[in-house]
Design a protein around this ligand. Structure first.
Ligand SMILES: Cc1ncc(COP(=O)(O)O)c(C=O)c1O
Length: 261
């Protein structure tokens, strides 16, 4: 993953050189960039992982949140015959349905599922029953509830981009075809200072560096989720613009009163 897209060659060479036992991918509406991995890249990554004997954990938590495109096929469907044995697909209902519903799922070769289920019993005995009943209730009505959530997210994304265009026209972003957030380019490496200052204005956001493996990377990026109601998003953008214009020195995290955070 680079700042503005998928780098299949880099993935292939990294797999070839590091030969990891396991690699983690979010190909659908990637958090935080919102990018959707093209089909040919999926096939290349699956092929490269298969060649190196690397297991792929493919996170499809955001797959159903397809705002402008049809929901993508499962990533494992792009594997060559026989190669799909190396893929573990995981997901969660917390994004497609409701943030408090921490019920997840996984799809993997049946022997592995049996082994993982046995491991789980040793750790926490199983998922909470009421949450699972709620998950079942949502899944039975899935055809109605997911499109409703997608329509609401589209409206919220429009509210956020409209407010940004009005109050922070110097910021740029690529419209994400799905998912939950905008990956905004601030034009200068000020994300950490802005995120810190924004706390004074009652807005908590994540600077891009929180999502980078290497220090200093993505310091000019901000992840702005569009999960809140349109009015809340518009007000948040007004406050972000005020925080950006505020040139008082930013207090270090150590000096910030605990109750604000
Ligand atoms: C792609 C992706 N997978 C998994 C999760 C975590 O899901 P949960 O809240 O169910 O632990 C997140 C949360 O942001 C996410 O963006």
């Amino acid at each position: 993953m680079t700042d503005d897209g998928w780098d299949a060659e880099l993935v292939e060479s990294t797999l070839r050189h590091a030969v990891p036992q396991l690699a983690y991918l979010i190909p659908d509406f990637h958090n935080p960039t919102g990018l959707l991995m093209p089909d040919d890249t999926r096939a290349r990554v699956l092929r490269a992982a298969h060649r190196c004997g690397t297991w792929l954990v493919v996170d499809e938590t955001l797959t159903d949140l397809a705002l402008d495109v049809p929901a993508p096929l499962p990533c494992a469907a792009h594997a060559a015959p026989g190669a799909s044995a190396q893929v573990i697909t995981v997901g969660s209902m917390s994004k497609s349905h409701w943030g408090g519903l921490r019920v997840g799922w996984l799809r993997a070769p049946s022997r592995l599922v049996t082994e993982l289920a046995a491991q789980r019993v040793a750790h926490d005995l199983g998922g909470p029953v009421v949450d699972q009943l709620l998950a079942l209730y949502f899944l039975e009505g899935a055809r109605a509830s997911v499109p409703e959530r997608v329509a609401r997210l589209r409206e919220r994304r429009d509210a956020l981009t409209g407010a940004l265009a009005a109050h922070l026209p110097q910021w740029t972003w690529r419209q994400p075809p799905g998912g939950l957030s905008l990956w905004v380019d601030l034009g200068a490496p000020v994300a950490a200072a802005l995120a810190e200052r924004a706390l004074d204005y009652g807005v908590r956001i994540e600077g891009g560096a929180s999502f980078a493996a290497d220090p200093g990377v993505f310091e000019q990026r901000l992840r702005l989720p569009f999960t809140a109601a349109p009015d809340v998003l518009r007000e948040a953008v007004r406050r972000l613009a005020a925080a950006l214009a505020d040139d008082r020195p930013v207090p270090s995290a150590a000096h910030r009163p605990r109750w604000i955070v």
